[in-house]
Design a protein around this ligand. Sequence first.
Ligand SMILES: *Cc1c(COP(=O)(O)O)cnc(C)c1O
Length: 370
Amino acid sequence: MIELVPLARQFQSILPEMLEAITETIESGKYVLGPNVKKLESEISAYLQAAHAIGVGNGTDALVLALDALGIGPGDEVITTPFTFFASAEAISRVGAVPVFADIDPQTYCIDPARIEEKITSATKAIIPVHLFGQSADMDEIMDIADRYDLKVIEDACQAFGAEYKGRRVGSIGHAACFSFFPTKNLGTVGDGGLIVTSDDELARRVRLLRQHGSEKKYHHTILGYNSRLDELHAAILRIALTKIDSWNKNRMILAARYREALKDLPDLTISPERKDRSHIYHLFCVESKQREKLLEQLKLRNIQTSVYYPCPLHLQEAYAHLHYSQGDFPVSERLSAQLFALPMGAFLYEEEQDQVISALRTTKGEGLS
Ligand SMILES: *Cc1c(COP(=O)(O)O)cnc(C)c1O
């Protein structure tokens, strides 16, 4: 079986350091908001060139806390993409605001800046662009719109740790940014974790309050908060992974370039071109095909795992029936929901495995199979 994400190998590669860090953490007696979280926060803020990094429970909470800390709630609208993981919009709804969708660019698969402005109303407070699959959204255009309409921008960078946009790392461009350390993310741990990044001191202070029951001083609560903290054990593991992230991302890029070269002449397959002004760290390697179901079957017959991203755009989700969107509202997202799928990708995918994926795609159905 060739896995979609060969994850265990990634953690195997740092297992001795992980075990040492875990033992040390357990022996230290400090398990919540201790020295590892503090150190990870300062290491990540240095890496991303942002003033503050705040560890929280997971990427979804990172979005919820960022929105809450910005004072966004009932009566407010937040513009985001319908072509993303559900959490990007769910977080908006969780704080009582309304997600307003704008269709995506057919090449980056990220929110199309040209579709944002028409969605702005007097209730709009923020934009959440998602750096989908590991490549930045069009941040200059988005920040420009935000400036003109006095909106906040929260980058959903959950899939793009270390990706660059015009020489800057994503997460340092918007007013705030959110990361997830879910195991399959390119910087992940062996459980849940998340982080908010901002260079706004007051926003950072509010997020720190919110993650800890609105409390700065023990048992004194200035605002209503949450219990959403990054565990020391995960922070200790993430500090090790952080030292590897550039080389892991590099491996992903090398594998992506191999896929591109080997698959470029396949008539049934479209691989969206990379943008020259930004790096793609390939959280996922997705391709488009009108023959998707046939190709998925072909790969499955050869024991190759694939997955469809995303089979149902958010405006057509049952949970959002009350928003009254319908089929045809976002044609680019809807087309890609029917055509896009992910091939195996990961820092620890072997080239021999990748060659098998390539040959399975290059073989017409039935050929060479017994
Ligand atoms: C994974 C992900 C999230 C949520 O992160 P969790 O840590 O799983 O809560 C949010 N947005 C995007 C785009 C994601 O990929």
